[in-house]
Each structure stands twice: as structure tokens, then as C-alpha cells.
Design a protein around this ligand. Sequence first.
Ligand code: XIL
Length: 618
Amino acid sequence: MTLAPAPPYGRRQRTLRRRPIIAMAVAAVALLSVQSAAAAPPAAPGTAGAAVAAAPPTLNQLAAAKGRYFASATDNPELSDTAYTATLGSEFGQITPGNSMKWDTTEPTRGQFSFARGDAVVSFAQAHGEGVRGHTLVWHSQLPGWVSALPASEVRSAMESHIAGEAGHYKGQVKAWDVVNEPFNDDGTYRTSPFYNAMGKSYVTYALQAARAADPGAKLYINDYNTDGMGAKSDAMYNLVRDLKAAGVPIDGVGFQAHLATQYGFPSQMQQNLQRFADLGVDVALTELDVRMVLPADATKLATQSTYYRQVTEACLAVSRCVGITIWDYTDKYSWVPGTFSGQGSACLWDENLQPKPVLDAVRTALGYTGTADTQAPTVPTGLAVTGTTSSSVSLSWAASTDDVGVSGYDIFRGGTQVGSSTAAAFTDSGLTPSTAYAYTVRAKDAAGNVSARTAEVTGTTAGGSTGGGSLKVQYKNNDSAPGDNQIKPGIQLVNTGSSAVGLASVKVRYWFSGESGASAYSSWCDWAVIGCGSVNQSVGTSGSGTTGADHYLEVGFSGGSLAAGASTGEMQLRFNKTDWSNFSETDDYSRGTNTAFADAPKIAVYVGSTLVWGTAP
Ligand code: XIL
């Protein structure tokens, strides 16, 4: 067998349109994240929910219920692998020999036919009640050297006798023939080959006529790749088929190889493309479907692959003359991809160990299967931890679970009640009461409805205060360049970092300092404030804290109003002194900082009523 250099199967088409795929993905995520808190009664901690196991019908049974076949390619060396043939012989309604009916195998020397390998595939199919797609009679690749060496004048007769010999041998045993394979270049021009060079495009007509004569019962196809979507190449195929039909040439169907790759996007308007061919009065078939990816596989690529397989299946089901789908072998163990596309693989529905892959479920579902073979629950989330609290919320995070098919999300429980779902490994429970302890557990789930056991409980305690959904903090800057003089000048602003407005009437801000010796009476001023000093009041009080630098405090209050979510009061320039104007020694003052630009001030406190909502009091 000669191996031609690999053509760029599935190469990206210029007309590719990816937006709809992205939109669907976003919609799917949105659906997951709006699940109602009340939707699912919680399983008891430590138990996995039950899932119904049922053996799904075969792919071919599912397809047959829709009036289609589902088929696989195969090859002779694989037929001695009994684990492999168990599935090959049961799951599919038809098989295609991947190599053994190609010219270099069947007529390696002019006039000497060798059908042993092809016959072995046919025998296997017949023994398992499966049909055969003949592949392929006239192709530029895997063509023996003697054909290429013929003088042009002899190519037509060589081609016609090859077809007569091979299609004649398999007469009545193949349902369909890929009579001509890959006649076009990607730009829609005819590919040069010994056949095109000798006969021009008429070789297609001659080949089809010879095949019809040899096996009148077989459906006759032209087959190509990168014709799966709309584009120059499929336009060329369309024009050819239209002209053949108009000229009365025997043509029954068009094969679309569908060698796809996650990195090249999904073919543009596949369904519409299939439909326009069907509208010419021919059958259409997906003949060599696989969806490869650049290795290593990851969740994103696998999800894209599932989407592509599903979309191909849906496109075929949407076109009444789409007769079936053939995958280009069912297992990664025997896929042609790794040997042809360096660094790529994972293209098939079963893995290298002949185990079903999650993408298989996507195909089954696309074929209308509503049950599920997925009975395995995700792993229990680990590392559940409280990552933050406010007076009204507790934030949680955990390590992602794993699942044989895929984790679809997490359910979050507060006590015995589910309070939400999340597709991410994090959640914030809001609307809580200040200064209250809440216990949380989390479980993982998959799309089939399997759920993990719940995690061990973690407890989060909300902060004090009663700012509703608001959350106040103080920022400070030092407006006083002389720490040893007789005045102290803090610049203060109050910021609402929460999600709703906070009324200011009962809010107080305290700045602690030491009065040192001298008078115990104070005067205090607001020199300037963005919100207007008329809205601000201030006074000095005595603190019983006993902490150094904190025997007094400046307390700032507000005449009313509210601070919107995300808003700041802006700067309030405050100033105070002892009534005897004796000096301070500010450097040890509890709340003082040296920063001259605003920064969060955890040693300046905010109270709502008597509840501390920001900062640490001395
Ligand atoms: C591939 C076979 O799967 C390989 O084993 C072989 O080495 C090369 O050919 N388009 C076709 C198929 O029409 O015949 C090709 O099969 C894959 C691309």
C-alpha cells in the first residue's frame, strides 16, 4: 500500500461561522446557573443520589428509528482483535473497509485482482447482519504506480476495467460505492490525477457509467472532504452533481467525509449544504466522520468535539435524504488520525482501550436517546472553606470535583436547605443576618443527574452591624505634617462597598488618639468636606480602652442622608485641638497613619448604632 501525503482534511474554511456555537455554550451555562434553590430535595449527607442504569440501544438502532444507518470504518488487521470486533459487529448497521477496497490493494498489478482483504470485510459484515459501503474505485491516492505510468490514451480503459473488475466482483454485496473519491482541490478546481489528466472532468462520468454497468443495484456516490459546509469546494461539487444529473449520468448520492477538527471550527451551514445537494435529487451521507483535536485533550476541546458530533448528527437528521453516518473507525485504538496528523488524536467515540467516551453519549442523545448510560456520580468536593464574610453574606469555595462524563455544577446547602447552585467551585450566600453562624455543605452533580455525597460542614459567621446589603469601610489620609504641634488633622472618607445604599443617620466613625497632658476639653472642626461640612458633625470623647494612644477619640457623625452602593462620601477634612492649645505627641496615636493618600484604615472604626461594622477598636 502506498501512502500519499496527507491532504489537509477538515482544514478551516474561510466562510466559517463560529458565533452560534458560542451562543449555545453561553445559553447552556446560563441554564445551569438559574436552577431554583427549591428544585431538588437534598440527599442526606453522605449518600449519593440514585441513578437509573439502562443499557442504551445501539447507535444503529437509534439511527434506524430515525430512518438512517450508523456505520463505522474498519480495516483487516483489526478484525483479529476480538474485543474490537465485539463492538464492530454489534453497534453498527454498516461498515466501510478503510483500505482494503482501494486500487493499490485490489489491482496492484494491471489485470491481476486481489479481493481477499475486501472479501474478509464483506464476510464479517454479512456474518453480523451489516451492510458494506464500497470504498473506493477511482482515487488519486493509494493508486498503484502502474496506473500513474500509463500513457494518457490507456487510462480510460484501465479505469473502466478496474471498475468492471472490482464492482463486478462485489456486485450485490455493497449497498453503495464511493465511485470517485476526492475529485476537487480546496479552491473548487479539479484535482490533477492520472484520470483528470487523461480525460478531463469527463472521467467522473465515465467512472459512474462503468460502475452502474458493473453493479446496477449499488448506489453510486462521489465522495470528498472539506465539502461538509458551504464554500468554494462544495460549490464545485454542487455544480458537478447538478450537471451530471442534468446530463442523465448515473449519480445517486454525495458523500461528505466530515473529517473535522476542534481547532478549525464547525463547517459553515452544514445542514443547508446537505439540503441543497438533496434538492438536486441525490442522497447524501456523512461517510468518514471523526473529530480530532490537538493533544493533549482537555475539557474544552472534548466539549467542542461533543458539540461537533452532535451537530453533524443533527444536520443529517434534519435532511430527509441524508441516509446515514459513518464514523472513520469507532475507536482511538485504530484511528487514522495520530498517524496522519502529527500531535492530534482522540477523534473517535471509544477510547484506545475500547471504552466508551463521553462524546458517545452526545451522539446517542443527538440520535434521540433520552435515557442515560451515565450512572457514576462525581467525586465529593474537597477543601470546602469560608473565603469571606460580610454582615449579610458568607462566601465559600472548594476544589472542583471530577466525573467520568463531566461535572455540571454544585448544589450548596445551608443546614438542610439547598440555598443555591453554581457551575463554578465557589458560591456566596447572601441576605443573611449579622453576627450569625451558618453551616454549609456542598455536593457535585453531573448532567445525567448523578450527585455526589455532601461535603463535611463548614461554618461561616456573618459580621456584625446592620447595614442591610451595604458594607461600610473607612479610608484615611494624614493631612498633618507636624505630629508634635497643637492640632491633629485627619482626612477621612466613608465608602460603601456593598450592593445597596446605607442610611448615614446612625453611622459613626471613630479616630482614636492620645490627649497627653493639658486641658481635658477639646474643640473640633470640619474644615471642608465633599458632602459639605453642614452634613457632618464631630466631637471628641473619652475612651476607657486603656490602650496606648487611645484615651480619646474623635467621633464623626452625619446629619442624615444615605450612601449609595459603591459610593464614597469623599474627603472630610477634620481638625481638633485642646482648648488650652497645648501640644500633642501624635506618633503613638492608635488610629494615626503616615500615608498622605487615602488608604483603607482598619484602626479607624465604623459603627452602625452600637455595632462595629468596620475596623478594630482599641
Ligand atoms: C485513510 C485510511 O484510514 C488510512 O488507514 C490510510 O493510511 C490512508 O487513508 N479520506 C478517505 C479515506 O477517503 O480513504 C482515507 O482513509 C481518509 C481520508
